[in-house]
Design a binder for this molecule. Structure first.
Ligand SMILES: [Zn+2]
Length: 267
């Protein structure tokens, strides 16, 4: 399985908290998995063509003001898929960590895809939209939802992992609670190592190092948008343990940290 790391939507430029990495726009870190027989799997969608055309209408003017999206059509997943030589219909499955505005924007560009999401997240999005975080324009086309409720999970490095329905066993959903009502990580086996896309379970690489150092600006975003503070902080503590105890087997990254993304894009 070939794995591509894609940035599907740059937003406001941020600075690191230490000398070294240059300032960079925050990203929407997505994965495109070339599975062969099972087609393409997109993990996360970032922003889509509809957002580039009408950002205030789809993303909401308040969110645009807060996040400062760059809105470059060439960064959308659908354009990057095309540059790799594929049609949008080759993306048969999409897995989203959650349905926040900046994670669901690409859904309308793949209207035929099955969309895997935790049931609690879909229920919250339907109940609360339209809101700052949930924008119904992103699912007005009626996605083919595949939901996960109380399916039995398997132990996965101290977490519970769910097999992705109809997909190869190298792809798992790893619920990581606290940020939204049904937030999940996505684990992908890459050779003999796992990648764990943590979505918005944390925002800055130094947060899950021993330093436990949040990013001053990104921390405002994550504390302002959490649905359950203790659960979110507990998730981060468990991710810190995962990195400490199994860092040789599992590599974690989050959705928006540009310096984590730079590490993978070149790798
Ligand atoms: Zn986000």
């Amino acid at each position: 399985m070939k794995i591509h790391h894609l940035n599907c939507g740059s937003v406001r430029t941020i600075e690191a908290t230490y000398d070294g990495p240059p300032p960079a726009p925050a990203v929407n870190h997505c994965l495109l998995l070339e599975t062969g027989a099972d087609g393409l799997i997109l993990v996360e969608t970032g922003l889509g063509l509809g957002d580039v055309r009408d950002p205030d209408g789809t993303l909401g003017a308040d969110w645009v003001e807060m996040a400062g999206p760059v809105l470059d059509a060439e960064e959308t997943a659908v354009r990057q898929v095309a540059r790799l030589g594929y049609a949008p219909s080759d993306v048969r499955d999409i897995i989203v960590t959650h349905l926040d505005v900046d994670h669901s924007g690409g859904l309308p560009d793949f209207p035929h895809a099955r969309v895997h999401v935790l049931a609690g997240e879909l229920a919250a999005a339907r109940a609360e939209a339209p809101s700052f975080r949930y924008r119904p324009a992103h699912w007005a086309h009626g996605p083919r939802w595949v939901t996960y409720d109380d399916e039995p999970g398997e132990q996965w490095f101290g977490f519970t992992a769910l097999r992705a329905k109809g997909l190869p066993p190298q792809v798992r959903l790893v619920p990581l609670g606290g940020h939204t009502a049904g937030h999940t990580g996505v684990a992908v086996l890459d050779g003999d190592r796992w990648l764990l896309h943590c979505g918005d379970a944390y925002y800055y690489h130094r947060e899950i190092e021993d330093l436990k150092e949040p990013h001053p600006l990104l921390d405002l975003v994550q504390t302002g948008s959490q649905v359950h503070r203790d659960l979110r902080l507990g998730t981060q503590a468990r991710l810190r343990e995962l990195v400490r105890d199994h860092g040789d087997r599992v590599e974690v990254f989050s959705a928006h940290d540009p310096w984590e993304f730079a590490r993978h894009r070149s790798g």
